[in-house]
Design a protein around this ligand. Structure first.
Ligand code: SF4
Ligand code: SF4
Length: 212
C-alpha cells in the first residue's frame, strides 16, 4: 500500500486561510441537511427487524409455559456464560426434561444472538426492545417468569407472533426448510413468501387446507 502524504501548504494558502474556509463551508452545508441524530427519548428510533435486544422466552400458547426443551445448547454456545439452566428428568414421562430454572445475567450478555440461533425450537429470542435499563443490578438478572413476561409484553405491545418474528429474523431467505431443525420450521406468511422466502411445509399445508 502506498502512503499518501498531505501536500505541503504554500504561502498563499496560509495567507488566505484556505483550510479554515473549507471547514466553515462544510459546517454551512451541514446546516441545511437533515440531521441523522435523534432527540432521544422525545424521538424514538425505528428499530429494524433482527435487532438483538431484550431477551424473552417464548410462551407456548397451549401449555402456557416455555417452549424450552432443556437441551442446554444455548447455555453451551453462550460465549459470556451468562445462561444458567436447571432441569430435572421425570422417568414416568419417558425421562422428559422439565425446566426448573432458566436464568440470564443480562449484564454479562454481549448480544451475539447465538442462543437464539442455536435453539432448535425457537424458545429463546432477542426482541427489538432496547430500552430496559435499571438502577438495580438484580433487576437485570432475568429468571424464567421475567423472561416469559418479556415475551407477553412483546406480543401485546408490538402485535407480534412467533412466526412473524422468527422467520424474517432467523431464517435467511432461500434457506431450504430441510436444513432447519423440525422445531424451527414455522409457517411462512404471504408477506415473507413474497420476498423470495422458501415456502415452508406447514405453510403449504395451511394454504392447501384453505383452498379445499
Ligand atoms: S446473546 Fe450471546 S451472550 Fe447473550 S445470552 Fe445469548 S449467547 Fe449469551
Ligand atoms: S437452546 Fe432452546 S430449547 Fe435448548 S435449552 Fe436453550 S432455550 Fe431451551
Amino acid at each position: 500500500m502506498q502512503i499518501q502524504y498531505k501536500k505541503k501548504r504554500n504561502l498563499l494558502q496560509n495567507l488566505l486561510l484556505v483550510e479554515l474556509v473549507q471547514g466553515m463551508w462544510l459546517t454551512l452545508r451541514r446546516l441545511f441537511t437533515k440531521p441523522i441524530t435523534l432527540q432521544y427519548p422525545h424521538e424514538q428510533p425505528n428499530v429494524r427487524r433482527g435487532f438483538r435486544g431484550q431477551h424473552a422466552l417464548v410462551r407456548d400458547p397451549h401449555s402456557g409455559t416455555t417452549r424450552c426443551i432443556g437441551c442446554m445448547k444455548c447455555a453451551m454456545v453462550c460465549p459470556s456464560r451468562c445462561i444458567r439452566i436447571r432441569i430435572h428428568k421425570e422417568p414416568e414421562h419417558g425421562n422428559r426434561r422439565f425446566i426448573d430454572e432458566y436464568n440470564i445475567d443480562v449484564l454479562r450478555c454481549v448480544y451475539c444472538g447465538y442462543c437464539a440461533e442455536v435453539c432448535p425450537v425457537n424458545a429463546i429470542i432477542l426482541t427489538e426492545v432496547f430500552a430496559y435499563s435499571a438502577f438495580d443490578r438484580k433487576t437485570l438478572a432475568y429468571d424464567m417468569p421475567k423472561l416469559l413476561d418479556n415475551w407477553d409484553d412483546y406480543l401485546s405491545e408490538q402485535g407480534e407472533h412467533l412466526e412473524s418474528y422468527a422467520n424474517p429474523t432467523w431464517r435467511p431467505r432461500g434457506l431450504p426448510e430441510g436444513t432447519l431443525p423440525v422445531g424451527k420450521r414455522l409457517p411462512v406468511s404471504d408477506e415473507w413468501k413474497g420476498e423470495g422466502q422458501v415456502v415452508g411445509r406447514l405453510w403449504r399445508q395451511s394454504v392447501q387446507g384453505q383452498n379445499r
